[in-house]
Design a binder for this molecule. Structure first.
Ligand SMILES: Cc1cc2nc3c(=O)[nH]c(=O)nc-3n(C[C@H](O)[C@H](O)[C@H](O)COP(=O)(O)O)c2cc1C
Length: 140
């Protein structure tokens, strides 16, 4: 499997999570075609990928109004019809309906969204491993 990761990150957690996910997938024998900012997607990496992983962070009032930061940047990505996709977000307290909103946007790009996971920012090691394991078992 070849995966491209596209990430929005303000303070580094989501970027770090993406690097950890990429590492776990590589350990499973996957290739990573690229890890790039959501707002500056690596078009070659996207084209070469079977799976596009989109990550961002939860923005809101912590217990209400949570939403994916950079949803406009997701909506502005090039079409990825025919590819699989997965989403993740990092959060501090409660992700609310962030993943659902991300899935809708990514599906709107034409991708077949296979799943998503909210990763707690203080449990990135365990949660990125879990996410990668789920991807590997969903996409054998
Ligand atoms: C302005 C702002 C609003 C936030 N709102 C929420 C929130 O509503 N719920 C939550 O669980 N985390 C919230 N967070 C925490 C971030 O989602 C969390 O720290 C995330 O890991 C940041 O990712 P980054 O380091 O990649 O920027 C907020 C952070 C900021 C800066």
């Amino acid at each position: 499997m070849k995966a491209a990761l596209l990430v929005e990150s303000l303070t580094g957690n989501t970027w770090k999570a993406a690097e950890m996910i990429a590492g776990h997938l590589q350990q499973e024998g996957w290739s990573i075609t690229g890890l790039s900012p959501l707002r500056q997607p690596d078009h070659g990496a996207l084209q070469a990928a079977d799976l596009v992983i989109v990550g961002t962070w939860v923005h809101g009032a912590f217990i209400i109004g949570q939403a994916p930061w950079g949803i406009g940047a997701i909506n502005a990505l090039p079409a990825i019809g025919g590819k699989k996709a997965a989403t993740f977000c990092t959060f501090a307290l409660n992700p609310g309906k962030t993943l659902g909103a991300m899935e809708k946007s990514v599906a709107g790009l034409g991708a077949d969204v296979v799943g998503g996971l909210a990763l707690h920012r203080s449990k990135l090691a365990a949660h990125t491993e879990e996410f990668a394991a789920r991807l590997v078992s969903a996409l054998v």
